[in-house]
Design a protein around this ligand. Structure first.
Ligand code: ADP
Length: 467
């Protein structure tokens, strides 16, 4: 039973059934067309023959005391021999000549004779003596008035025989053609659809745990080939998303573990024996610093998680770029001073952007913090902006350690740090730039970096101008 259900569920069978159904209808119409066209043509031929025979006979009509009859023509009158029979009626409908006995004398159709005597010609099919005849009845005109009627008949057996043979041929050819079409259709549809079964089989083997598999099908660039390729692309995207997810979880746990281990270490040392108030204070300061690191990290992780989930609504407003830059610079000022790095604002033209002001300030703060972090004492960090036709480019330039060319493509990745030890010592977890990039992109903007190792870096944020 299950295989029966399977067969009905197969596209192959459904396509074939539709195709055969359509073919059956078209073929039936075609057969009917052929049959009726041939029948019409054969009967037309017969009628033409009858007409010419009638013409001949009309020429042989003679009148005996005013009544028409036929004399002087010698014919067998056997329609079965391809001959015609003839019957002549006078103006009162009486038979004056008749050689139809050979075909069993078809009965006289009185109403037809009456109509003929009024000038009408009738051609019809008549059954007589076990055979079918084509009979035409036409008026015999003397002057312009009908003086009688001439009836000429000829056998229709040949025509009927031909039509019967044609019907027989069609009756055999019709189901045979349908059977061949069904078989051929199943074969062609099967061939066309086999790759789908293979695709299904392969796709079933790919699971979430093993996304490295691909549908390695050698398919041409047709519908199925494109389906397989799209499927492969989708799996590739899933695989990289899963990999990033796993990496992210591992990195996040690792980053959290480090400060927590430090807190545990500091507190255990402090608790080992009784100590002076000063050393407790030192331990608490160290623990406090590590706790700050955990808080910073979890805040960043939370921002990223919410950004990923699309849960950070932008409260867009008209923001004065100068004000946002000044706010960020003021915030960064103390750390620049501590590090003895000169922080300079290089104001550009008065510009406004449509942005979430808090996020914009956070973006600038991240870039300024990095610039200060990775610039040695005595260096300089400059923040400024310039307008282009439809965008503003905010630049944070430093004279710091710079970034190697091969690291540049990765610095926006989560948890990526060029020098882990240096970054951690400076309080970074490698999330600042990921968050900055998200903020820029959420505003329809972008961030690009130019850097010369040993000389400094410039981060340029492009944001569309307020309309
Ligand atoms: P972090 O918290 O470690 O600073 P970020 O995501 O902000 O993380 O930056 C990623 C990495 O990019 C940093 O670890 C650092 O190596 C590099 N980087 C970022 N800004 C600068 C800069 N101005 N100069 C040199 N290196 C930088």
């Amino acid at each position: 039973m299950s295989s029966g259900v399977l067969i009905l569920r197969s596209i192959r069978l459904r396509i074939t059934l539709w195709y055969v159904l359509l073919l059956a209808v078209v073929l039936a119409a075609f057969c009917a067309g052929i049959y009726f066209a041939l029948r019409q043509s054969l009967i037309d031929d017969l009628d033409n023959l009858l007409e010419s025979r009638a013409g001949l006979l009309l020429g042989a009509i003679s009148y005996e005391s005013g009544r028409p009859t036929i004399t002087g023509i010698d014919f067998t009158g056997d329609p079965a021999e391809g001959e015609n029979f003839a019957r002549v009626f006078d103006s009162s409908g009486e038979v004056t000549f008749d050689n139809s006995a050979g075909v069993g004398g078809p009965p006289v159709d009185q109403p037809v004779i009456e109509r003929t005597l009024k000038g009408e010609t009738t051609t019809r099919r008549v059954e007589a003596g076990g055979q079918t005849l084509r009979v035409t009845t036409l008026p015999i005109l003397r002057g312009s008035a009908p003086a009688g009627a001439l009836e000429v008949g000829i056998s229709q057996e040949d025509v009927d025989e031909t039509l019967r043979t044609l019907l027989l041929i069609l009756a055999i050819a019709y189901p045979l053609t349908l059977a061949i079409a069904t078989f051929g259709g199943l074969l062609v549809a099967g061939r066309a659809l086999t790759p789908i079964d293979r695709l299904t089989g392969l796709a079933q083997r790919i699971s979430a745990d093993d996304l490295s598999q691909r549908l390695d099908l050698d398919l041409p660039d047709d519908e199925l080939g494109r389906l397989a390729r799209t499927f492969n692309d989708m799996i590739a995207r899933l695989e990289s998303a899963f990999r990033r997810q796993r990496q992210f979880t591992a990195d996040a746990s690792h980053e959290l573990r480090t400060p927590l281990t430090a807190i545990k270490g500091h507190s255990e040392v402090a608790l080992q024996r009784s100590r002076s108030p000063e050393s407790y204070r030192q331990a608490l300061v160290a623990i406090n610093e590590e706790a700050d690191r955990v808080i910073r990290l979890t805040t960043s992780l939370l921002s990223l998680a919410r950004a990923d989930a699309g849960q950070i609504p932008l409260s867009l407003e008209d923001v004065d770029v100068a004000e946002a830059v000044r706010a960020a610079a003021e915030h960064s000022h103390p750390s620049a001073e501590r590090k003895q790095v000169r922080l300079r604002v290089d104001p550009g033209p008065e510009t406004r952007v449509t942005a979430d002001e808090d996020l914009l300030i956070q973006l600038m703060l991240n870039l300024l913090d990095n610039a200060i972090k990775y610039t040695p004492s005595g260096g300089e960090v400059t923040v400024g902006w310039a307008t282009e036709s439809d965008a503003v480019s905010l630049k944070v330039r430093d004279t710091g350690i710079g970034i190697d060319r091969e690291d540049i493509p990765h610095i926006f990745d989560r948890f990526y740090r060029v020098d882990k030890a240096r970054s951690r010592a400076a309080g970074g977890a490698g999330l600042g730039l990921s968050i900055s990039l998200w903020i820029a992109e959420a505003h329809g903007g972008s961030i690009v970096v130019e850097s010369q190792p040993g000389k400094g870096s410039t981060f340029t944020v492009r944001l569309p101008l307020a309309r």
